[in-house]
Design a protein around this ligand. Structure first.
Ligand code: AMP
Ligand code: GLY
Length: 421
């Protein structure tokens, strides 16, 4: 069987590599992928994620059994709808089901309608009304652009002035274009964050081990928000009862709600949650796998991933199994300056072998075709599994110590929150 993965980051590297491990899979293509993936035998296809017609032609010409869609913008652009219209199978939500991610106002209204615990909120397109609401509610308060904004559309404001400025930038200064033409203003929630993922086909869903991301650029959760600087799974200090509560109060009702709305959900559902004093509440939904959570979570899957997804696509029960001991932890290496301006073209260290896996994101062969060079903000990630968080940290950081870090940086405290508990 031949498969296609759409996307180019570390997340897609992990998805494609895991699919290729299946004995039934002879070839995994990635469109457009990145050069680092070729070390793992993945085949790159030079077609962009928005070129739906070209992707569909490729799938037909190459006898691809089905396609796994990685990124949110492809889903928001209706790639699954276009594949289905062409009679092809793609794992991911339709444009209307993915609205859970591409409109925060839609996600909030679904949560309100179906009683899913989340921060109290109101949505505004008029600046004066938003300003009056912020003044009435007081700070801290959270201002969010309604649409996709590359993870930058959320301002957690400590003061009323900061919140008003954020609303001004989004509603009047067009900082995020159409994505910020409406803003969701919501209550600040306090607690520990974690990511809960499920493979979904309509009313059937299969929960994965929970993970914790590290969104800030620097140690101690300092610095600007990024796509994610490292992750680990499971989260040893969060009890199973929290996950059960989240499944019952969040995952089940939202999936039932989507069916009632005529938008049955198929694909990976990503619930960004916060454990408050009143139990888990939703910070956001995403309609796809997380990056870097995927790289650690899929390392723990012990069953045949390609068979599992094929079964879920057909509405059958997948025989899905996970490692039941130890912790998987990964650290992202990024270009100095990320998430703001950074240089490209730094020579990257050799790929690790053995029990530390290297997943590539912004990586590209140089002109001579030999050296792998940095080509993006997040460049690569090292992932390992060990008995404990501290043992996994020890392994990863010992390896990173040996690597040349010129022009690159990483956080030195991934997973440390688990050690404080
Ligand atoms: P998002 O892009 O929605 O994941 O938000 C980025 C980050 O903002 C989250 O990871 C949280 O740390 C923070 N955040 C978002 N909404 C809230 C909220 N209602 N209360 C507290 N923190 C929040
Ligand atoms: N890990 C954050 C994200 O994928 O959105």
């Amino acid at each position: 069987m031949k498969l296609l993965v759409v996307g180019s980051g570390g997340r897609e590297h992990a998805i494609a590599k895991k699919l290729l491990e299946s004995p039934q899979v002879e070839q995994v293509f990635v469109a457009p992928g990145n050069d680092g993936m070729t070390f793992d035998g993945l085949k790159l296809v030079p077609i962009g994620i928005s070129e739906h017609a070209a992707l569909i032609d490729f799938v037909k010409e190459n006898d691809i059994a089905w396609t796994f869609i990685g990124p949110d913008d492809a889903l928001a652009a209706g790639i699954v709808d276009d594949f289905e219209a062409a009679g092809l199978k793609a794992f991911g939500p339709t444009r209307l089901a993915a609205e859970l991610e591409w409109s925060k106002d839609f996600a909030k209204s679904i949560m309100k309608k179906y009683g899913v615990p989340t921060a109290r909120y109101e949505t505004f397109s008029d600046f004066e009304a938003a300003k009056a609401y912020i003044e009435k509610e007081g700070a801290p308060i959270v201002v969010k652009a309604d649409g996709l904004a590359l993870g930058k559309g959320v301002v957690v404001a400590e003061t009323v002035e900061e919140a008003i400025e954020a609303a001004h930038e989004m509603l009047l200064d067009n900082k995020f274009g159409d994505s910020g033409a409406r803003v969701v203003i919501e209550e600040f929630l306090e607690g520990e964050e974690f990511s809960l993922f499920a493979f979904v086909n309509s009313d059937k869903f299969y929960i994965m081990p929970i993970a914790q991301d590290h969104k800030r650029a620097y140690d101690g959760d300092k610095g600007p928000n990024t796509g994610g600087m490292g992750a680990y799974a499971p989260v040893p200090h969060l009890p199973a009862s929290v996950v059960e509560t989240a499944v019952d109060t969040i995952v089940k009702p939202v999936l039932e709600g989507m069916i009632k709305e005529g938008r049955p959900y198929i694909g990976v559902l990503y619930a960004g949650l916060i454990l408050t004093a009143d139990g888990p509440k939703v910070i956001e939904f995403n309609a796809r796998f997380g990056d870097p959570e995927t790289q650690v979570i899929l390392s723990r899957l012990t069953s045949d991933f390609a068979q599992n997804i094929a079964d879920i696509l057909e509405g059958k029960e997948p025989d899905m199994t996970w490692a039941n001991s130890g912790v998987t932890l990964g650290v992202v290496v990024a270009s100095e300056g990320y998430p703001l301006d950074y240089e490209k073209g730094v020579v990257l260290p050799e790929k690790t072998d053995g029990d530390i896996i290297t997943y590539y994101a912004g990586a590209k062969f140089g002109e001579n075709g030999k050296a792998l060079l940095s080509n993006g903000g997040r460049v690569y990630m090292l992932v390992t599994t060990s008995d404990s968080v501290s043992a996994a940290q020890e392994k990863i950081y010992t390896q990173l110590d040996k690597q040349d870090k010129t022009g690159l940086f990483y956080r030195t405290d991934i997973g440390s929150k688990a050690l404080e508990k």
